[in-house]
Ligand binder design. Structure first.
Ligand code: ADP
Length: 613
């Protein structure tokens, strides 16, 4: 998910806020306008009703004054205004008529404004004798033929509507007849809990109202002119004129609103619907409280805001969820990538290690091959060295008897020539003995050179020892080494191969000769002991022995401490393997009294068995 910068978020926030504010204002205005329109309609209906009831009331009395002014008793009175009888007759007539018509008062004024007769002549506040020339209805009636006025009665202190009409007698305007009707009834018909129905005069003073508290109050402060005009007609008699601290304004939708003091919420505010009644010089107004409409607008705004809030909250939750999901996915992806990277790296390392291992294996193989080659070379060299030694041994073994045999033969010739046959025979016997010896040696050599028979069989230890002795006799003699053999009363017979056993003995004895040749004690002891099925052949010398540090290695192939050309390090290794092939063991220890001691441990074979060689 694309991450937003703080500045962008702030800008979006401000934009959203502006949109919300604009929406709030729009919703508020719209709701208010609609509620006001409904209110206005209701006001119009009420106004229509109020107006028609007023008109009806007025219409009822519209033509009556003219009719009454024509009456004889009234006409007569105008002709004889000081006539008491006529006055009384007029009084009675007017009282009866007023009662009959339901008018508040009916009275007759002479042209100077003096009241000659009145329906309330017998009441405490009788108009008779009063002068009402100051009233517009009188003046208008005299001047224009009809006068209409509404006012608070100066005598009765009761509000009323006055219909004035001139009384003309024989073409002369002699007086004015007035019918005053009560307006209280009209007000009572308008009773309502919430709305106000008002009738205001041209100076905006409330004259009729369905609620008494606002009576005789002007909407807005009166100008001195207005005040003067009102005072001149004494419309409100001596009543105290108040001022309503209300402000009349027109709002943007064209609604006229009357707003009272107080703060914006609590202020008593009315929607004004009004209509002018020209014939009575009145303005009928219906005032409808706007509180409910305003509350409705506020409530609607509240609901819209709540809705927006819920939508925003849900949006926020969804956004948060998505963000968390995206984060988790990103983390999982990162972990996966990391894992994959590590796998790749590990694979590469393994691959490298594998390659290195293969290189090493190849190197080892090469080294092994090299070693094998070297080994076979050495074996070859060993064979050649053995051949050399053997040649030396053979030439020594054979030359000496051959030389001696020749001497004996020559001697025998001389002796035969001198007929000393007996002595000559002795020489020939010696020659035969030497030939026998050479034959024996040659036989051993043949045996030694022959590929050993792999099969195991009983071998007479004594014969193997004698054969080894014969092979090494010349060396023993040359080095002055004495081989002491003690195989016990019955030399044991062991399981093995005669040639190989002989080879082992030759090897061990050769080493022993090497060990003692420079020493003071040149004795070698070869002994054999039988312990049940085990036969131990022990060869001990009086040489330096084997240092502890190399003891473990002397049976290894090619291990030799001897100078180059002399030792190959194969003797003990070959011997060890041969003895093992026989099912025995070759071991070595340094004798406590000095010198090395080699033990060939073999398995005993049947006593009667003989070497079949
Ligand atoms: P080589 O005789 O050719 O050295 P061998 O395998 O026969 O090889 O002998 C290994 C080594 O064992 C000799 O070099 C020598 O150091 C030691 N060794 C063998 N026999 C004796 C012995 N009788 N006394 C002292 N050391 C011996």
């Amino acid at each position: 998910m694309r991450s937003l910068h703080a500045a962008q978020i702030r800008a979006i926030g401000v934009l959203l806020l502006i949109m919300v504010v604009a929406l709030t204002i729009a919703v508020h205005q719209n709701t208010r306008a609609r509620a006001f329109a409904e209110l206005h309609e209701r006001g119009q209906n009420t106004l229509g009703l109020a107006e028609s009831s007023l008109r009806g009331q007025l219409a009822r009395f519209e033509r009556l004054p003219g009719l009454l002014a024509e009456q004889r008793v009234i006409q007569s009175l105008m002709l004889s205004p000081r006539n008491d009888d006529l006055q009384m007759a007029a009084n009675l007539y007017l009282r009866d008529t007023a009662n009959m018509l339901g008018a508040s008062d009916i009275y007759v004024m002479y042209r100077d404004g003096d009241t000659l007769a009145a329906s309330n002549f017998d009441q405490p506040h009788s108009f008779v004798g009063g002068n009402f020339a100051f009233r517009p209805y009188f003046q208008d009636a005299i001047a224009h033929g009809a006068g209409r006025f509404y006012a608070l009665g100066t005598t009765s202190n009761k509000r009323g509507y006055y219909f004035g009409t001139p009384i003309d007698v024989a073409g002369q305007r002699r007086g004015v007849l007035v019918i005053k009707i009560d307006v209280d009834e009209i007000e009572q018909a308008w009773a309502s809990d919430d709305l106000r129905i008002l009738v205001t005069d041209p100076e905006d003073i409330i004259f009729l109202s369905n609620r008494a508290d606002w009576l005789f109050r002007s909407i807005g402060v009166l100008t001195p002119d207005q005040r003067a005009r009102t005072e001149a007609t004494r419309r409100y008699s001596d009543a105290e004129l108040g001022v309503l601290a209300y402000e009349s304004t027109q709002d943007r939708q064209g609604f006229r609103v009357l707003r009272g003091p107080g703060n914006a919420v609590d202020a008593s505010e009315y929607l004004v619907v009004k209509s002018a009644m020209t014939q009575a010089d009145w303005t009928v107004q219906v005032l409808l409280p706007t509180r409910a409409a305003r509350l409705q607008a506020v409530a609607t705004v509240g609901m819209v805001l709540l809705g927006l809030g819920i939508v925003a909250l849900v949006g926020l939750i969804l956004w948060q969820r998505r963000r968390q999901l995206a984060l988790r996915l990103a983390m999982e992806q990162a972990a996966k990538d990391d894992l994959e990277r590590r796998v790749v790296e590990r694979t590469r390392q393994l691959h490298d290690a594998n390659a290195a291992l293969q290189d090493e294996v190849a190197e080892r193989r090469m080294a092994e091959a090299q070693l094998r080659k070297t080994q076979s070379d050495l074996v070859q060299a060993g064979k050649l060295a053995a051949l050399g030694q053997m040649s030396a041994a053979l030439s020594h073994e054979f030359n000496q008897p051959l030389g001696a045999a020749r001497n004996y033969a020559e001697n025998a010739q001389v002796l035969l020539e001198r007929d000393r046959t007996q002595e000559a025979r002795g020489n020939i016997d010696r020659i035969i003995g030497m030939i026998d010896r050479m034959t024996r040696i040659s036989r051993h050599l043949r045996n030694f050179a022959r590929k050993p028979n792999q099969q195991l069989r009983p071998v007479a230890l004594g014969e193997a020892v004698v054969a080894a002795q014969e092979l090494l006799g010349w060396r023993l003699a040359k080095q002055g080494v004495a081989l002491e053999v003690d195989l016990g009363p019955v030399p044991p017979v062991v399981t093995g191969g005669p040639v190989r056993l002989q080879q082992v003995l030759v090897n061990l004895i050769s080493n022993a000769i090497d060990a003692v040749e420079d020493g003071p004690d040149r004795r070698l002891h070869l002994s054999a002991t039988t312990d049940g099925a085990l036969v131990r052949v022990i060869l001990r010398d009086h040489g330096p022995g084997v240092p502890d540090s190399v003891q473990a290695r002397i049976f290894d192939p090619f291990f030799s401490t001897k100078q180059v050309g002399k030792g190959l390090g194969l003797g003990l290794s070959i011997s060890y393997n041969i003895v093992r092939d026989f099912g025995g063991r070759l071991s070595m220890r340094n004798h406590p009294e000095g010198g090395a001691e080699f033990t060939i441990q073999l398995q005993a074979a049947a006593q009667s068995a003989k070497a079949a060689e």
